[in-house]
Write a protein of this length. Structure first.
Length: 106
């Protein structure tokens, strides 16, 4: 910590004025840049959070696309085949043809 405090004392510059001035300048600029990134309205933390949110939303979109494709295939199957429509109605809604034995489970 002593060397860090010494960098601000201009009386200790000696023959390294240019180097020590550059170090002071670099420290100030770096501190200002970091402060700018974390304090301003659109800061770095929000950018990172937005990146994660975007990734989650893209994964959700892919899931929904796959679900839509599955539902489209099911719709096609039910509209193209009477047997599959009857089977679906029986399984999902408990429909029965006249003369079928129906058992209700609770």
């Amino acid at each position: 910590m002593g060397k860090f405090k010494d960098i601000w004392d201009r009386s200790k510059d000696g023959n390294k004025v240019a180097q020590r001035s550059f170090v002071r300048f670099a420290i100030v600029i770096t501190a200002a840049f970091v402060l700018f990134l974390f304090v301003k309205k659109d800061n770095l933390a929000r950018w990172i959070q937005a990146g994660f949110t975007l990734g989650q939303q893209q994964r959700r979109i892919e899931q929904l696309k796959q679900e839509n494709e599955s539902l489209d295939a099911q719709i096609h199957m039910l509209t193209s085949s009477k047997d599959s429509l009857e089977k679906y109605a029986r399984e999902e809604f408990g429909f029965a043809e006249p003369g079928d034995d129906v058992y209700v489970e609770e």
